[in-house]
Design a binder for this molecule. Sequence first.
Ligand SMILES: Cc1cc2nc3c(=O)[nH]c(=O)nc-3n(C[C@H](O)[C@H](O)[C@H](O)COP(=O)(O)OP(=O)(O)OC[C@H]3O[C@@H](n4cnc5c(N)ncnc54)[C@H](O)[C@@H]3O)c2cc1C
Length: 482
Amino acid sequence: MSQPHYDAVIVGSGPNGLSAAILMQRAGLRTLLLEAKPTLGGGLRSAELTLPGFVHDICSAIHPLAVGSPFFQNLPLADFGLEFITPPIAAAHPFDDGTAALLTGSVNETARLLGADAHAYQHLMAPLVRDWPALAPDVLGPLRFPKNPLALARFGLDALPPVTHLAKQFQTQSVRGLLAGMAAHSIQPLTNLATSAIALVLLAVGHVHGWPIPKGGSQTIAHSLAGYYRSIGGEIETERRVRSLGDLPRSRVVLFDLIPRQLLKLLGEKLSSVYRWQLERYRYGPGVFKIDWALNGPIPFTNPDVRQAGTVHLGNTVEEITAAEQATYVGQHPDRPFVLLAQQSIYDPTRAPEGKQTAWAYCHVPNGSTVDMTGAIEQQVERFAPGFRDFILARHTMNTVQMEAYNPNYVGGDINGGIIDIGQLYTRPAVTLSPYRMGAAGLYICSSATPPGGGVHGMCGYHAARVALRDSFGLDVPVTLR
Ligand SMILES: Cc1cc2nc3c(=O)[nH]c(=O)nc-3n(C[C@H](O)[C@H](O)[C@H](O)COP(=O)(O)OP(=O)(O)OC[C@H]3O[C@@H](n4cnc5c(N)ncnc54)[C@H](O)[C@@H]3O)c2cc1C
């Protein structure tokens, strides 16, 4: 019988596919990464979507999880062109009365601006920020015996309740709104258990590392990961869409940076009936409607601090955001959706011609929605930045169907690879001893449909590759996560 050509083949070059490929290659194996599109990166691509000279992030834009990723921190990505720019105000949350909550690098400074809740905010965040470096590998990984059980237990007490419950511990609309905006990144009802977890993680990472913007566009994260991978001998082939196992060269293991819907089509009978049954029942969450703008100048936010923020949460109070997220979840399109907005070009002049700006935004919509939310999103920006529309030179939009056509991992526009609620937090994509094994020899899943879920951190790929290395090659990876 002929020998396998590769030790490992990785299908899909998103941040998780690239991370898995790097770890396998670093272990001294012969690996090949296959990508369907002409360019690498999955959710990490940038392009001139509107006008020449305006560089937009097609998917991810803001990278607290990338800079906070215990795996990425071990890679020499700066040597391969990655430069993070950290805005002094990571995120701003304006309110109708002209005030704004601001997330900065310092817990004390953020707290000082929160008035009557200053002490309570410090009490919540200071221990978490102190413990974060030790906690990160446990929080950004599968369910297992934690490396830091005490710190994780402390985190769990605040993280497990719904964010609407956590918000009630504060008196001011500032902290309540700030918490709701953070938790809304998880794209699910804010009354769900563990929605506090995502809020606390994003705040903690903001205080420890900031919410940085990659100079030149998110694509540079993918380029630096791919550059490093090639430098250690990894092989990459683009325009190689894998439709069946027959499309793959012979290898000992295959890692798929794909979500369950594609895996069912691709692997079918190869999977056990129990595993298939679970993948068929895997749940997808609401989708997103996204806009990129080419602008004639900076967004004229009423509050001057908001003009300085890399990311802006537009949704006003906890009550309003909770109502909008609930409506989306039950299939409605709120008139005032929660809008996530990034203004990268304020800090990265490579994104737009001189004197011009770009901005990126999305709101949540029901899974599979084709409703055009341009008007609703722009109205939310106008609400906090009157005159915004006068600055628009051009816009580019993507509804959920276009999002899925762009990348089949975004089923119905779900950008997290499946809803990350308590029922799927650790059991994504199925209830198994390890979420990365697919129950068939040599086959692994490494996408955001595994713990810890969506976002650019590479940790799904890291954990999947570790399991594959141990199972199939008897190797325990010599990577100490910081
Ligand atoms: C609009 C939007 C905004 C976002 N904003 C942020 C943000 O600001 N910050 C953040 O951290 N995260 C953000 N995300 C989420 C983040 O982009 C994803 O969670 C992340 O990219 C998932 O990485 P992955 O490696 O699991 O898969 P993906 O990035 O989806 O990569 C999968 C890759 O596999 C390829 N592929 C698919 N099928 C095949 C096949 N059959 N054969 C070969 N190749 C195939 C795809 O082309 C793709 O390159 C955003 C996502 C979207 C869509």
